[in-house]
Write a protein that binds this ligand. Structure first.
Ligand code: THU
Length: 138
């Protein structure tokens, strides 16, 4: 699957966002070495603080499917017209969550942070330098 298709998968996922409080739907798509795509979207909660981000949902789904590595690429898409249309970058907790499955498989996935006019491409290790992960507990 091309980067464009991965971004399209993230955008499709955002259509199912449950984000009535922020009105900020987000979609994430994870691409694995075997070609599988796992998507997620943000799921908010009336308590606000219990809200879950799109990337965290996607990683949870992947782990629940038995995936323990092979994460190669990630696309994250937010709504148009917000934040000056700048590329959306994963929040701190999502960086840590992504690092868990990445480090399990020994990969440093490329993160496609999608904006209205540009796609910012960063390695997860650039977003989370010196991250703590499962390898530390071996
Ligand atoms: N959100 C994500 O799903 N992913 C991110 O990378 C940033 C923020 C969600 C959380 C919340 O539901 C909404 O976007 C506004 O912060």
């Amino acid at each position: 699957m091309s980067d464009e298709e991965l971004i399209a998968a993230a955008r499709d996922a955002a259509a199912n966002a449950y984000a009535p409080y922020s009105d900020y739907p987000v979609g994430a798509a994870l691409r694995f070495a075997d070609g599988a795509i796992v998507t997620g979207t943000n799921i908010e909660n009336a308590s606000y603080g219990l809200s879950l981000c799109a990337e965290t949902l996607a990683v949870s789904k992947a782990l629940a499917e038995g995936r323990r590595g092979g994460l190669e690429r990630i696309a994250v898409v937010g709504p148009k017209g917000k934040g000056g249309d700048a590329p959306i970058t994963p929040c701190g907790r999502c960086r840590q969550t992504l690092n868990e499955i990445a480090q399990l498989g020994g990969t440093d996935p490329l993160v496609l942070c999608v904006g209205a006019n540009e796609v910012l491409e960063l390695r997860l290790s650039e977003l989370l330098p010196h991250g703590f992960g499962p390898a530390h507990l071996d």
